[in-house]
Design a protein around this ligand. Sequence first.
Ligand code: SAH
Length: 210
Amino acid sequence: MTSQRTRERLIQRLREQGIRDERVLESIRNVPRHLFVDEALASRAYEDTALPIGHSQTISQPYIVALMTQTLLAEGRVKKVLEVGTGSGYQTAVLANLVDEIFSVERIEPLMKLSRRRLRELGFRNIQIKLSDGSWGWNEHAPYDAIIVTAAPAEVPAPLREQLALGGRLVIPVGSVTMQELLLVQHTDQGFVQERLELVNFVPLVKDSV
Ligand code: SAH
């Protein structure tokens, strides 16, 4: 069993790294990350590190999950969120505790099915997941107050900008396969304003051919 102490140590570490939003820390404290990885890795689930989830993909590092969530929630109330790259569903769960509804897109079917079942079993009822190429967003439910992308394209896909509500915030890693910058794109009255947050290392956003 994963002890409460290991979880508290993670929260302490996130604080030390500059995560200040108590809502985000509380959500991370409450989401059982060990249930989002293979049993063989469960003992490492509260380390601040990315871990493999199969299909050459990884569950994001808790610090990055916290930073992206904190950035998305920094201004105003966020009701509707689009997530690209469901993966294990861990980031989805951390966000789902703090917003009204999440529409999440994943392109690998077994990952999509597993995270859908897992999130349902954990009692989440405000998450919808579909199998598709998230570079196109999920137009049907647009516009979104916030968009989070957890796989890295070479540049921001145009449909994601288009599906961001006025006043909305998009957090996305952009760059090459080996290194990317985490960007915050805000949709303002004056257009799209872009800010660099920090260097990160995500798996690539894979574009499925049309
Ligand atoms: N936030 C997830 C991160 C998973 S890794 C977690 O913490 O578990 C990134 C995920 O993005 C992978 O599952 C990968 O399959 C998915 N992905 C990559 N390109 C995609 C695309 N074009 N559309 C949807 N999902 C994509």
